[in-house]
Design a protein around this ligand. Structure first.
Ligand code: NAD
Length: 453
């Protein structure tokens, strides 16, 4: 596939101005909704082949997000694209000032494999809503979903507008040599740096949606039953292969033992078993092997078993874990939950601050003082109080990382803004202007300028 030709076609198409009209955006967003719904079964089959994800989860945490995004933009397109009137300062009277949301142009979206539809198509939807063309490169690691997206997009949309590029590192490296107007990447911090470097060569703006070790802090004032239930759900959803999954638990040492029992109770209740509808496989052998190395059997409180033939790793809880253990040296991205303890809450926050800024952080507490300290003292992309992961399902909140966990954000109006340039325009009257700023200068003019500026 010649990516240069595809991009050239998209450049010509963008310059035709067609993608900018609201009716064009609406027609194609509606078409995408139709295409997704029409191909629902094909999408379910592909993801099942890739890592055994059920129809329920695929709808609940993938397709519903894309459909909801399309609806959001269809409903809000008019207000999002409407020029925003802002005040005009004294020096620019008589005039009016407005901010115009301008499509950036030819965009590139690179997706991750763990929620292959959501993480590829949601940014694509935002790019379309903002009036851009887009080349989408889904992750080749989830090969069947990549092919399914290529099929449904490339067969239903002109390649000069939207195109799904298949391929791995080699192809992505070729694509990254081209000059885009925006690159939106979801993946690891390690590859994020490669993308940022490639983008820098063309001064292309980026959104980098990365990962990290997202902590969940449980204090002695928490509702433990609710905490255990929500943490178990958020951790073992997609077998822990979720960017906003709680990576590890930091709990007050006084309440650790009973809390471990609650975690175990919910794991059993939710029936996370090999081949079951609620439990997913590990994506590939490489990750399966990597995860097994992180499990220290001597520290296993629950689980720890695996089956290589099914790429199944039992939900595993590790206790007596220290910051030096292998499981604390990298983002886990699998169904292993290390539990660490703290003596006092502030000490826990200090520990978190010693590490890279995580994508998410969570706190279970009954005390408002602890909430305040948690929000103000540690830096992280976003998170929840008394829940995990659900912040990303609220489109009114920006979703993204900070520092090592990413640059920029999206969802709802933030997604639209990620793919738009805010163009400020001052529109001046041709009359009523004092001669102050024009030479020749004088002391009198300086006196007035001092008052005006
Ligand atoms: P990854 O970084 O390995 O791959 C992501 C994408 O980059 C893929 O499309 C892949 O083809 C491409 N890629 C890989 N190596 C490349 C290279 N050398 N040059 C150019 N492109 C390359 O990430 P992954 O394994 O797909 O996903 C796991 C990571 O993504 C985790 O760190 C996770 O936290 C993060 N993640 C973040 C979010 C988020 O929304 N912030 C969502 C999901 C996953």
């Amino acid at each position: 596939m010649n990516f240069t030709d595809i991009l050239e076609g998209q450049k010509t198409f963008f310059n035709s101005q067609k993608t900018k009209s609201l009716s064009f955006r609406r027609i194609h967003l509606e078409k995408l909704r139709e295409v997704v719904l029409h191909n629902e079964n094909l999408l379910y089959e592909a993801i099942d082949k890739d890592f055994g994800k059920s129809r329920f989860e695929t709808y609940a945490v993938e397709l519903s997000f894309i459909l909801k995004d399309i609806d959001y933009y269809l409903k809000n397109l008019k207000s999002l694209t409407k020029p925003k009137r802002v005040s005009t300062n004294l020096a620019n009277q008589l005039g009016s000032s407005k901010i115009y949301a301008e499509p950036l142009g030819n965009t590139l979206v690179i997706g991750a494999w763990n929620y292959p539809y959501q993480l590829s198509l949601s940014p694509l939807v935002a790019a379309m809503a903002a009036g851009n063309t887009c080349i989408l490169k889904p992750s080749e690691i989830a090969e069947n979903t990549m092919k399914a997206m290529a099929k449904i997009i490339n067969e239903n949309f002109p390649k000069d507008y939207l195109f799904v590029a298949e391929g791995g590192v080699e192809e992505t490296t070729e694509i990254l040599k081209l000059k885009f107007d925006k690159i939106f990447f979801t993946g690891s911090p390690k590859v994020g740096k490669i993308i940022y470097e490639a983008a820098a060569k063309h001064l292309t703006p980026v959104t980098l949606e990365l990962g990290g070790k997202s902590p969940v802090v449980v204090t002695s004032s928490a509702n433990f039953d609710v905490a255990a239930k929500r943490i178990v759900w958020g951790k073992f959803l997609n077998a822990g292969q979720t960017c906003v999954a709680p990576d590890y638990v930091l709990i007050d040492e006084k309440v650790k033992d009973s809390f471990l029992d609650s975690l175990k109770m919910y794991i059993q209740k939710f029936k996370y078993e090999a081949g079951s509808e609620q439990y997913t496989q590990i994506i590939n052998d490489r990750n399966f092997e990597r995860l097994l190395k992180l499990i220290d059997q001597e520290k296993v409180f629950y689980g720890g078993n695996s089956d290589a033939s099914k790429r199944f790793i039992e939900p595993t809880i590790m206790q007596n874990v220290t910051w030096e253990d292998a499981v604390m040296q990298e983002e886990i991205f699998g169904p292993i939950l290390p539990v660490l303890t703290f003596k006092n809450f502030n000490e826990a926050l200090i520990q978190i601050n010693k590490h890279e800024k995580p994508l998410s952080a969570y706190l279970f507490t009954g005390k408002s003082e602890e909430k305040k300290n948690f929000i103000s003292k540690i830096s992280f992309g976003g998170g929840c109080i008394n829940d995990v992961a659900m912040h990303l399902s609220n489109e009114a909140l920006p979703f993204g990382g900070v520092g090592n966990s990413g640059i920029g954000n999206y969802h709802g109006k933030f997604g639209f803004e990620a793919f738009s340039h805010q163009k400020g325009i001052l529109d001046r009257a041709t009359w009523g202007e004092p001669d102050l700023k024009y030479p020749p200068y004088s002391e009198k003019k300086l006196k007035w300028i001092k008052k005006l500026l």
